[in-house]
Design a protein around this ligand. Structure first.
Ligand code: GDP
Length: 476
């Protein structure tokens, strides 16, 4: 299986080389945008594109600040078989008379933004304008976690998944599924009804973990099936060893389905999309995880390391020959920073950076620049100081999503010591041992009404800084 995979990927790499001559004339940068469900991918891309089209707010993007960007336009994307990111539909939702959040990422999609700019520095007088094609690829982070499955057979995956169930946070969600597994004779002949019941119970367990803010959950397509919704390709689950299992047994059939899932779902995604990415943004809902508790942060921590490991497998890993050769920058961005007052942003960034540094170490990720920042793709709040008990409380004001009412909230203080957050996450403190109990309240806000100032894109926090890191040097 692995030999075939390498062949396929070498072929894909050759195909990519064929387009090099085209790239010499008009450089293309493929920017991957990922993150787990609800991390903020759709809003990020929509706001990024809208702000590139109307660049008044991008003062920290150097090419814009220096007045060198001549025009930005949406162009037809080169990959005709990938759905187009529905920028217009999402913008319509956000900018209508009653702004709504757009529908979230369910599958892969793509969009091309062509940027015409004048090079800076000594070249500026010598050459005319250049064009950079920015291909933005949106895909669920759940799929990325699956890439680890390519290096793992069914037995190893089952052992890992069953070990994860032992942790207290997951154990209670796994009860129904574990009871079913215990009640089945795994060596008995395969039966589709039993298979479906087990797979449904396992998917239920994954969804329950997800609702609790847990992240390291495979197979990712069980949570985010994309085009495979309802497909038999997803009818399997991990099982303990059954020494007497025959070829026709339930367990043997699950092992074959697992192999098919890896070969026909995970591998093509990896080969056709992931391996071609030049730069990557990983969006994380850090505030959501902090709000959910140490268990959720522990899981986010594991997921971040796992994501980085996908980009740069260890030096002796068979994937390393092909993976991550192109990728030279990764940005971890904590989204929804407008949920807290800006005086909390340094703490938010410090916690994210601590998680990131640790992920880099744990995954032995090398050779690409990694950065972390806190941003809001679409700023839904304004700041306000409110006097209470003789003290000025730094609040955020916005329209609450559930009631539609305007409210000013004091969201609370984030922990000051990132190392403490990491330590408690590492200890895997149970959800009840809460470091933030009563300290942080993350409310959902409705999107803001359109600003209406000509030349300005949607309001945001640090989107320009993110862009400077991701594409600034390409517009130099
Ligand atoms: P996806 O699943 O990663 O595509 O997530 P979305 O982009 O659809 O975002 C999920 C939800 O998070 C949205 O519906 C919003 O409620 C919220 N959200 C995302 N970005 C922001 C932001 O910048 N500010 C605020 N206040 N909420 C956001």
């Amino acid at each position: 299986m692995i030999g075939g995979l390498i062949d396929d990927m070498l072929r894909a790499a050759e195909d990519a080389r064929d387009t090099v001559s085209e790239a010499l004339f008009e450089p293309t940068l493929r920017l991957g945008v990922t993150g787990l469900s609800r991390a903020g991918k759709t809003v990020f891309i929509t706001s990024l594109v809208a702000n590139m089209l109307e660049r008044g707010r991008l003062t920290r993007l150097s090419a814009q600040r220096d007045g060198r960007i001549e025009s930005v336009a949406l162009r037809p994307q080169p990959d005709r078989d990938v759905p187009r990111f529905d920028f217009e539909g999402h913008m319509a939702a956000l900018s209508g008379p009653q702004p709504r959040w757009p529908s979230s990422t369910r599958s892969i999609s793509q969009l091309r933004l062509s940027i015409r700019y004048r090079p800076g520095g000594w070249l500026s007088g010598l050459s005319g304008p250049s064009t950079l094609h920015l291909d933005i690829v949106d895909y669920p982070g759940e799929w990325l976690l699956d890439l680890g499955l390519m290096a793992m057979g069914y037995d190893a995956w089952s052992a890992q998944a069953l070990a994860a169930v032992e942790t207290p946070l997951r154990a209670r969600h796994a009860e129904a599924w574990a009871a079913q597994v215990a009640a089945r004779d795994l060596a008995a002949p395969f039966d589709e009804g039993a298979a479906q019941a087990l797979a449904t119970a396992y998917a239920g367990y994954l969804h329950a973990c997800r609702r609790d803010g847990l992240s390291g959950l495979t197979p990712g397509r069980f949570l985010m099936p994309g085009a495979l919704e309802g497909s038999p390709a997803l009818t399997f689950c991990p099982l303990p060893p059954a020494p007497s299992a025959r070829r026709a047994s339930l367990r043997a059939e699950f092992a074959r389905r697992y192999d098919a899932y890896v070969a026909q779902v995970v591998k093509p995604f990896f080969r056709d999309h992931f391996a071609r990415i030049d730069r990557q943004v990983v969006l994380v809902d850090l505030l959501g995880a902090l709000d959910a508790g140490p268990g959720a942060v522990a899981d986010l921590r594991a997921a971040m390391a796992q994501v980085l490991a996908c980009f740069r497998p260890g030096a002796n890993d068979w994937l390393s020959a092909l993976l991550g050769r192109r990728l030279d920058r990764v940005l971890f961005a904590a989204t929804k920073a407008d949920h807290v007052h800006h005086d909390q942003h340094p703490r938010m960034t410090a916690i994210l950076k601590a998680l990131m540094r640790e992920s880099v170490e744990r995954s032995q990720f090398r050779g690409a620049r990694v950065e972390a920042l806190a941003l809001a793709s679409l700023r839904a709040t304004v700041e306000q100081e409110i006097a209470r008990d003789g003290r000025l409380l730094p609040c955020v004001r916005g329209r609450l999503l559930d009631t539609g009412r305007e409210a000013a909230l004091f969201p609370g203080d984030l922990p000051t010591d990132p190392q403490r957050v990491l330590a408690e996450a590492v200890e895997g403190a149970a959800r009840d041992a809460h470091w933030l109990r009563g300290d942080l309240s993350v409310m959902a806000f409705a999107p803001p009404p359109s600003s209406g100032r000509p030349g300005d894109g949607p309001p945001n926090i640090r989107l320009d800084q993110a862009l400077e890191f991701l594409i600034g040097d390409k517009l130099a």
